[in-house]
Write a protein that binds this ligand. Structure first.
Ligand SMILES: [Zn+2]
Length: 285
């Protein structure tokens, strides 16, 4: 099987269009391929809101990347992002973007999708973007890497892929310089399942850290997930990391929240039970 990273999922012409942008950083005018909602075929949803799609996944085209300076921002935040130091940001993006990848405006490979999230992670860290938006970005990068990892499952996994140690993970929640160091020293874009899983876990850890900070310091009631949804996702990520005690606490808070969507409440009760059982059997061991 070919390297999944190099794979370019086929796009039907009617499933996408070219959207015009003016770069916030370098004023370059460009057009970039944008997916139409009808291109997406959701199959099923996981408890952490990850959706399995049959066919194209939305995360591949969610980040708009300027073909001139490589600044990368989600389409919905494009006009509102504040860029404090353009030259410094440009230098940082150049260090992380592989030399052979410059134009993200056309059909993207999975590799380009992952690079777009790396670039956006740096742009957001430099721009002091809200923790809530940084958390969402990291969660969606995790979804894309999970999609790639799942496709690789068709190939035999090496033992190391399932045995990632904490110290192997990149610190993507730190300062911009720490983040760049993490990306530059990580083993690039190899086809190794261990490398994909490692990046996947690093982004998940970043998402958790950022959601907690958003909960503590930002007005999150009006966000897409709402306060209850954010508390729920924090609990679910804690559970996935094996911190069952904390997960139980967060799920308990969710069901007490007054403005909680019934679907979130049901999910929270299910995952609360799972976390409680896991915690009990851990105590017995
Ligand atoms: Zn630009």
């Amino acid at each position: 099987m070919d390297n999944v990273f190099n794979e370019k999922p086929k796009l039907d012409k009617t499933d996408c269009y070219h959207k015009k942008y003016v770069c916030r950083n370098c004023s370059c005018k460009f057009e970039t391929l944008t997916l139409r909602t009808r291109a997406l075929t959701p199959a099923r949803r996981e408890p952490d809101f990850f959706i399995h799609y049959s066919g194209i996944v939305p995360w591949l085209y969610e980040i708009t990347v300027c073909p001139n300076c490589s600044i990368a921002i989600e389409g919905r935040l494009w006009d509102s992002m504040y860029i404090p130091d353009e030259a410094k940001l440009r230098f940082a993006l150049d260090r992380v973007r592989p030399l052979n990848l410059t134009d993200f405006c056309w059909e993207r490979s999975y590799e380009m999708g992952v690079v777009s999230y790396r670039l956006a992670t740096i742009a957001y860290a430099y721009s002091g973007t809200k923790y809530y938006d940084r958390a969402n970005l990291a969660l969606r990068a995790n979804y894309l890497l999970r999609t790639i990892g799942d496709r690789m499952k068709e190939e035999p996994l090496t033992a190391s892929a399932t045995d990632i140690k904490n110290e192997d993970l990149m610190n993507l929640s730190g300062s911009p310089d720490e983040i760049i160091k993490g990306f530059v020293t990580s083993s690039g874009f190899s086809n190794e399942p261990a490398n994909v899983r490692r990046q996947e876990e690093s982004f998940k850890r970043m998402a958790l850290a950022m959601f907690v900070r958003a909960y503590e310091t930002e007005h999150i009631e009006t966000t897409r997930y709402g306060t209850a949804g954010i508390m729920y996702i924090i609990g679910e990520l804690m559970r996935q990391f094996g911190d069952y005690k904390q997960a139980v606490r967060w799920f308990a808070r969710v069901v007490q929240e007054k403005k909680c969507h019934p679907q979130i409440e049901r999910l929270a009760r299910d995952q609360w039970e799972r976390a409680r059982e896991a915690y009990r059997s851990e105590m017995k061991a």
